[in-house]
Write a protein that binds this ligand. Structure first.
Ligand code: HEM
Length: 145
């Protein structure tokens, strides 16, 4: 992963010189051309696919979150809602919605690759952009008997 330590140092130097330990204010912006010119985007993928944190970092593997006795385990590295003061404020709501939506869906429907597709598993190759999605898959959704 690129860390751009020189860029980071220049931003830090500008902050030290003009803001110090005070709260940054919009008035500082015009005096800080280097920081104003630097866009920072958190790359959560670096930790979500970190080989030191996950047994199979690039594989869909729900067992990552289960102990040997089948209990759910919370992983610190699973920071898809980010961390710190700017982390997602909707985390609890999103997790409740996802649980209810997913469980209701699985309760009533079975999802299979379409019969016209030869392979048995869905293609889970990530299509990485601003968000990560799946490649298009042809699927068959059947109402459970
Ligand atoms: C699966 C669903 C969701 C995911 C994965 C998610 C993820 C994130 C992430 C990664 C951030 C931090 C962005 C950054 O680094 O600046 C964020 C921020 C935020 N999210 Fe979510 N989010 C989800 C659902 C929601 C929901 C349901 C709400 C509101 C009801 C919400 C409201 C917000 C707000 C207001 C922030 C900005 C927080 C701040 O900057 O102080 N999110 N979200």
């Amino acid at each position: 992963m690129m860390r751009y330590t020189e860029v980071q140092k220049k931003v830090c130097d500008e902050i030290t010189k003009l803001v110090g330990s005070a709260q940054p204010r919009i008035a500082h912006r015009t005096q800080m051309p280097y920081t104003e010119g630097t866009e920072v985007i958190t790359l959560l993928t670096s930790v979500l696919c970190d080989q030191t944190q996950w047994e199979k970092p690039n594989t869909f593997n729900p067992e990552h979150f289960l102990s040997s006795t089948g209990k759910f385990i919370k992983k610190e590295a699973f920071m898809h809602f980010s961390v710190g003061v700017r982390m997602c404020v909707g985390e609890s709501l999103a997790k409740m919605e996802l649980f209810l939506f997913f469980t209701s869906l699985m309760q009533k429907f079975a999802v299979h690759p379409s019969p016209e597709v030869s392979h048995l598993d869905l293609d889970l190759t990530p299509d990485t952009g601003f968000t990560t999605q799946l490649m298009p898959n042809k699927i068959c959704v059947l109402l459970q008997a």
